[in-house]
Structures are given as structure tokens and as C-alpha cells.
Design a protein around this ligand. Structure first.
Ligand SMILES: [Zn+2]
Length: 160
């Protein structure tokens, strides 16, 4: 579906105690962190602080689950609805209709956090060159805060 290097990050360390109480994503939600670009009762979205590409965001259920099969039907429907909504926003803001979208599930997948999160990554032809593919580094044109500002401006649905 997508090249494996996309989801391998330098400098990521596996953290012990990744349960709900210590979950980074639950914490972001609790503190209403600056990285949040969308939030309602069921799902929320944040800009990725370690983006693979400009506009790289994550979509998560509010409830701390680690597998999409644990979502209720309502949550699943809302998850897909907001995913499509955010795709429209990203398409407009980043002027592309190409995306990598994916979950990492389970320890062997490279998942860093247990709280279920969907990566949504805008792509452009030729955006990943030799340097990126071989060194796993990428030079990005904007910071996560700039991404947040751009997307917040474009998101018309009420962010609760
Ligand atoms: Zn969590």
C-alpha cells in the first residue's frame, strides 16, 4: 500500500506504560493542546509533530482504544465522516488529491502509541526523493505550527 519507510521514524523510542492514564494522545486532549485542529464528542485530529510531509495529520477516536474493531458503530461512522471532511480540507489547502492513509496496529507494525490513530499524509509527485528514501530524513517546508494555522483557517466545521 505504501512504502515501509514512510512509517519508520528516526529518534522514536518505544515508551513503556502506554496505557490510558499515561497516554500522550489522551493527555493532548485533556490539556486542549495547540496541535488539535478538530475535536467533537467522538473524534479529534492533531497535526503530527514529526511529519513525513507537509500537512501530515492524525485522526483519533476520543475514547482510548487501540484497534479499529473496538470502535462502536457510531464512532466508526463518525471516524470515516471526519476523515473524509479532513481529506477535503487537506486537498484544498495543499492542492493535491494524493494521500497516504494508514493505521499501525500492534507492536510488530511500528506503532509508537497504543491510542488508535490514523495517519493522513498529503503526497505530491516527486515529493520523496533519493535523500529521503535512503537517509530517512526529510526537509519540510513548514513547521507543525504552520500546518495547524493553515488547517484551522480552512476548517469551517465547528471545533468543539
Ligand atoms: Zn489514549
Amino acid at each position: 500500500m505504501y512504502p515501509n519507510y514512510l512509517f519508520r521514524r528516526p529518534g522514536y523510542t518505544r515508551r513503556p506504560g502506554n496505557s490510558e492514564g499515561k497516554c500522550k494522545f489522551c493527555q493532548l486532549l485533556k490539556e486542549n493542546n495547540w496541535s488539535i485542529i478538530f475535536k467533537n464528542e467522538k473524534v479529534f485530529s492533531v497535526v503530527n509533530l514529526h511529519p513525513y510531509n507537509e500537512g501530515h495529520i492524525l485522526l483519533l477516536p476520543v475514547r482510548h482504544v487501540n484497534d479499529p474493531r473496538e470502535l462502536s458503530e457510531d464512532e466508526s461512522i463518525e471516524f470515516y465522516r471526519v476523515m473524509n471532511y479532513l481529506l477535503d480540507i487537506l486537498q484544498k489547502v495543499y492542492n493535491t488529491s494524493s494521500f497516504n492513509i494508514g493505521f499501525n496496529l500492534g507492536n510488530a507494525s511500528g506503532a509508537t502509541y497504543q491510542h488508535l490513530h490514523l495517519h493522513i499524509i498529503p503526497r505530491w509527485l516527486g515529493d520523496s526523493g533519493f535523500v529521503e528514501a535512503t537517509s530517512m530524513t526529510k526537509v519540510l517546508k513548514e513547521s507543525p505550527k504552520e500546518t495547524r494555522d493553515k488547517l484551522l483557517k480552512a476548517i469551517k466545521e465547528v471545533v468543539k
